[in-house]
Design a protein around this ligand. Structure first.
Ligand code: SF4
Length: 473
């Protein structure tokens, strides 16, 4: 019904000094990370070296009742994961945490991101007799670590040796019988941070908003290339794979992350306000009201209004209660069904010249429907402003940005043509040169889906469902 973009995963882990209800802590953390993946989730608890886990399709609140959490029992460590399945497709064996029993012990792994050389790694393992259960690239990461573990003194040493062979995006947490090991790829595509509770528990999460749900205070981000080990001796860091580069996904700030998160010392809310301000400077237009498309367009709309002096208003109400069980409408029902999820506030827009801010346009069909909602509600003019540059290329690092032939900006020859397609009176995008200002020009970032210039070589990346294709042949 909506051609929106999805982040593929969120990860969460906790290390307590004494055994406690760690499953519940992970539940709350995953709840805060639900926006990063809504199709499946899982939790693995470590209780004195024994692993218990539950993984299933559904939202965190659908999969885990109090009874289910009780079945996981108490422990001093746990990891959890929320997933949106694109790469690797929808397959029960792809639901994380991935639990591996190898010759030196147990290991649970959660991963956010995508490797660009996963197919190559997998093929080399398969040629030496390895059997893969799922189709996600997370299994290839697990095999690399386990292979190195055989000749290493510790799992963190195995991770350190495996990392140079993993190309692409990976923010991971590994849980062994005695410690948590969190690591982030040397480009730092996806976020990963650490917090601490007042009673001494360490928490690792994809976003800082999840730390607060378990009463943890933000300590710091895990640096690109860094390995952080949390065990009985406290927290230790290995930085041999760190470089000076940083290429965080700029779209985390524009759309994926929650506005109350802070990533690599930059507030997501601040970045979105800034995007709106820059958009007001680069694409001004006379109008009566600025509105945002919920949720990620709201902060940018406020920024646009602040900069332009045009009043900010509430233009839409979003129904937040559409879960997985919502019956997908037939084609002929879609125009009305869109209003179940999003509806215009007539009193705000009737008879007015409206500036509507959204985070992106993918295929253009959703934008066209939303513009139509405003016109039906009586808007006199609709000027669309987008808080990112046009999508021209796919993403290989853990999101489902569509293949190039489906992106409207690639199909149309001008911004005016896209404006006409979506039924807007005018259209303006954030210029690509402005992206650095969202992070106060403090560090490098990935902008590959806007420019085609990716921070790592993507020649081995292949298609989104590379493993499924192979299996179906
Ligand atoms: S290609 Fe785009 S969505 Fe993918 S990591 Fe880079 S900026 Fe983010």
């Amino acid at each position: 019904m909506f051609d929106s973009i999805h982040e593929e995963c969120g990860v969460f882990g906790i290390y307590e000094i004494k055994a406690s209800d760690v499953a519940a802590s992970v539940y709350f953390g995953l709840y805060a990370l639900q926006h990063r993946g809504q199709e499946s989730c899982g939790i693995t608890v470590c209780d004195d070296g024994i692993f218990r886990h539950k993984r299933a399709d559904g939202l965190v609140s659908e999969v885990f009742s109090r009874e289910e959490l009780d079945k996981l029992g108490s422990g001093n460590m746990a990891v959890g994961h929320v997933r949106y399945s694109t790469t690797g497709g929808h397959n029960h064996n792809n639901i994380q945490p991935l639990v591996i029993r190898h010759i030196k012990g147990n290991m649970a792994l959660v991963h956010n991101g995508n490797l660009v050389n996963a197919a190559e790694l997998r093929r080399s393992f398969e040629m030496s007799g390895a059997i893969f259960h799922g189709t996600s690239d997370t299994e290839a990461i697990a095999y690399e670590i386990v292979r190195e573990r055989l000749s290493s003194n510790s799992t963190e040493e195995a991770v350190e040796k495996a990392m140079p062979r993993l190309k692409g995006a990976y923010s991971c947490i590994v849980m062994t019988a005695t410690k948590l090991i969190a690591f982030r790829d040397p480009d730092g595509f996806r976020p990963l941070c650490i917090g601490r509770t007042s009673d001494g528990a360490y928490v690792v999460a994809s976003e800082s908003c999840a730390l607060e749900t378990v009463g943890a205070e933000f300590l710091r981000d895990i640096e690109p290339g860094e390995i952080v080990t949390i065990g009985q001796e406290g927290m230790q860091s290995i930085s041999t794979n760190c470089t000076n580069k940083r290429n965080i996904c700029i779209f985390e700030y524009i759309y994926f992350a929650r506005p109350d998160s802070v990533i690599d010392s930059i507030s997501v809310h601040h970045a979105r306000l800034k995007a709106g301000e820059l958009l007001a400077k680069s694409s001004p237009v006379e109008a009566d009201i600025v509105i945002g498309v919920p949720d990620s367009g709201l902060d940018a709309a406020l920024g646009y209004a602040n900069e332009s002096g045009i009043p900010y208003g509430i233009g839409f109400i979003k129904n937040k209660y559409i879960g997985r069980s919502f019956i997908q409408p037939e084609q002929h029902q879609r125009e009305n069904a869109v209003k179940i999820k999003l509806n215009a506030v007539r009193e705000s827009v009737v008879g007015k010249r409206v500036i509507m801010i959204d985070d992106s346009i993918v295929r253009g069909t959703t934008s066209a429907r939303i513009v139509r909602l405003l016109r039906e509600a009586g808007a006199k003019e609709v000027h669309v402003r987008i808080s990112s540059p046009p999508f021209l290329h796919t993403c290989h690092f853990g999101t489902d940005i569509d293949s190039e032939e489906n992106l409207i900006a690639g199909k149309c020859s001008s911004t005016e043509e896209i404006a006409k397609y979506i039924g807007a009176d005018s259209l303006g995008y954030l210029p690509v040169e402005c992206l650095g200002e969202l992070v106060d020009n403090r560090f490098g970032y990935c902008k590959g889906c806007f420019t085609g210039d990716y921070p790592v070589d993507i020649s081995g990346a292949g298609s989104k469902n590379k493993f499924d294709e192979k299996i179906h042949r």
